[in-house]
Design a protein around this ligand. Structure first.
Ligand code: AGP
Length: 609
């Protein structure tokens, strides 16, 4: 899990690469490095830690030249250090890599016997030596890369330079994302679109097993044996501004505030009010196929898995199909009973999460149909699925997922309505009624955001707590899990999400006057039960922060803090109650002074298993 950038053209490569890496730092920031070619001479600069450290080095020792590659790292093989920072070099070959080489120890042994000396603990350095070994024998950079990659097992997106052939940049991919940007007399390559968006909008998405060779004025793409391939470019319409902070202190806050727009965009064009039906443009399954399903699997990780937990409620209620939900890293190892009548729904913001991708392949391999709910257009998961429902949240840069989560909930709701209609469980009138509530949702999210100042005040009061407990029931239980995850990942406070009714079976022992307990208690079918669970906390001196709905509340005066979100339907309420979860975690993290957008040990897109 790293970000790579490459450039070949007429401009100074270094600032272009650094700008690209800055937009890829969400992929990891354990170290950063760059190599430029000035004539035939490779100029490598590397630094441990964030990009800012590399920029400092570059100010003292600039790297010159119009060809270059760069890297921002999330450590897998070898600890974060300068020595393990990319680019890695073997004689005339310089490589940056995102992915994991699984057979690296075997290859390393063989190369060592041939006299190669290694200076890092990384698997990536093997690629540099392997290409160099082949280059020494065949004297052809392109051929040497092909021969080397044919021997490599695992996942890679690589960009490679050779200072004996300085007018060529080679990039290749297998299992890790890689996009090519086409400019005028210049080419870019990067792990993700925003890294190149300020230079070009014409992009080519490389597929697994493809190699792109660039010179300043032309490029060609082949497969691993050298067969030429014809690829179409796509015009990307995102504005670069969309990926910037837009005046907010952090991307996370900006993304929290973007939710009304993100939700409206995800709903737009998908409601056919008059017909009482849902239009999902790329679902890839006919009504008859949807009607024929007998089981649904939902597979995802982290926050996306929490969305899936809510999705199970939606689908079982509206379409009456049994739903099994799995954490992706567990799914493929339990030999799930997938048949051709099952539909597997993958949920992923990035579309690159390795565990989710592996789950997709497992389900597909067993003959099931596969669709995904995904935010990143043409990402690996989107490309490999039979159908896709895009969440139109726009780029999510903050590591803590916010707008992706709420748009995933809307996408799941649309899918459940679609299934319900196709299978005859919902009438056109039923569907129209839900559509009304969906259309009102963005405005209600705006109203919920007005609670920000109150929540900041609550954050001030409880920021020094050592632990937090989050309780919810039914479709609010996943929101309790999500609230706890948000707090853990950005404020580093230990937090647990628990089904409110299960508290008396153990966690109740934790409750004392120092434990803030966030209780999700909107008006719904289990309201009275949750109020009783809350009373149990109060009776033991616990500090209750209640998240309730509607104008009046009998909870006033009983609890330490009362956050009141607007009313909506029981189904859509998780979208509203998740907003205070995001804001509470955000303000506590800011008050504690943590790195909100790039919390320690985390990365935005987890492309290793
Ligand atoms: C969310 O705040 C997390 N950073 C993380 O749990 C994330 O949701 C998970 O890694 C899955 O990512 P994906 O949606 O891109 O697949």
């Amino acid at each position: 899990m790293c970000g790579i950038v490459g450039y070949i053209g007429q401009q100074d490569a270094s600032p272009i690469i650094i700008d690209g890496l800055r937009r890829l730092e969400y992929r990891g920031y354990d170290s950063a490095g760059i190599c430029t070619l000035n004539g035939g001479e490779a100029q490598i600069r590397r630094a441990e830690g964030k990009l800012i450290n590399l920029e400092k080095i570059l100010r003292e020792q600039p790297a010159e030249g119009c060809r270059g590659i760069g890297h921002t790292r999330w450590a897998t093989h070898g600890r974060p250090s300068e020595i393990n920072a990319h680019p890695h070099k073997a004689s005339n070959i310089v490589v940056v890599h995102n992915g994991i080489i699984e057979n690296y120890l075997k290859l390393k042994e063989r190369l060592q016997k041939l006299g190669h000396n290694f200076s890092s603990e990384t698997d990536t350095e093997i690629i540099a030596h392997l290409v160099e070994e082949h280059y020494r024998q065949c004297g052809d950079f392109e051929k040497a890369v092909r021969l080397a990659l044919a021997e490599v097992k695992g996942a890679y997106a690589v960009a490679i330079l050779c200072h004996d052939e300085p007018d060529k940049l080679i990039a290749a991919k297998l299992g890790s994302p890689l996009v090519v940007g086409q400019g005028q007399g210049e080419y870019f390559v990067a792990s993700d679109i925003p890294a190149m968006l300020s230079h070009t909008r014409e992009m080519i998405f490389l597929e697994d097993g493809e190699i792109a060779v660039f010179t300043p004025d032309k490029m060609w793409i082949t497969d691993l044996v050298g067969q030429p391939l014809v690829k179409q470019s796509k015009t990307i319409t995102w504005s670069p501004m969309l990926a910037e902070k837009g005046g907010y202190k952090h991307f996370m806050l900006k993304e929290i505030y973007e939710q009304p727009r993100a939700l409206a965009d995800t709903i737009a064009g998908r409601l056919q009010g008059e017909e009482g039906d849902i239009y999902l443009e790329a679902l890839g399954l006919s009504d008859a196929q949807l009607a024929d399903l007998d089981k649904i699997f939902i597979i995802a990780c982290g926050t996306s898995w929490h969305a899936g937990l809510v999705g199970k409620f939606y689908i079982e209620k509206l379409a009456r199909i049994p739903v099994e939900i799995d954490i992706a890293s567990e799914f493929r190892y339990r030999d799930p009973i997938v048949t051709e009548k099952s539909l597997t729904v993958l949920i992923s913001q990035s579309g690159e999460t390795a565990d989710t991708l592996a789950g997709l392949r497992e389900a597909k391999g067993k003959g099931g149909k596969v669709v995904c709910i995904c935010n990143v257009v043409d990402s690996s998961i989107a490309r490999e699925s039979d159908g896709v429902i895009y969440t139109h949240a726009g780029p999510e840069i903050g590591v803590a997922s916010t707008k992706a989560f709420t748009t995933q909930l809307v996408a799941l709701y649309l899918l459940a309505l679609k299934l319900g209609r196709s299978r005859g469980n919902l009438t056109a009138d039923d569907c129209r009624e839900q559509v009304e509530s969906l259309l009102a949702l963005p405005r209600k999210v705006e109203e919920t955001l007005e609670l920000d100042a109150q929540i900041e005040q609550i954050a001030r009061e409880y920021m020094n707590a050592r632990d937090f407990l989050y309780l919810g029931r039914g479709n609010q239980y996943p929101i309790a899990l999500e609230g706890a995850l948000k707090l853990k990942e950005i404020s580093y406070i230990h937090a647990e999400g628990y089904p409110a009714g299960e508290m008396k079976h153990g966690p109740i022992a934790l409750i004392d006057e120092s434990l803030p307990v966030v209780v999700l208690v909107p008006r719904n079918a289990t309201y009275d039960k949750v109020v009783s669970n809350m009373e149990e906390v109060c009776a033991r001196g616990g500090i209750v922060i209640a998240v309730a709905s509607g104008e009046e509340s009998e909870l006033q005066g009983k609890v330490a803090a009362l956050i009141k979100v607007p009313e909506t339907t029981e189904d859509l309420m998780p979208i509203l109650t998740s907003i205070p979860m995001q804001l509470l975690a955000y303000h506590i993290a800011v008050l504690k002074g943590t790195d909100v957008d790039q919390p320690r040990n985390l990365a935005k897109s987890v492309t290793v298993e």
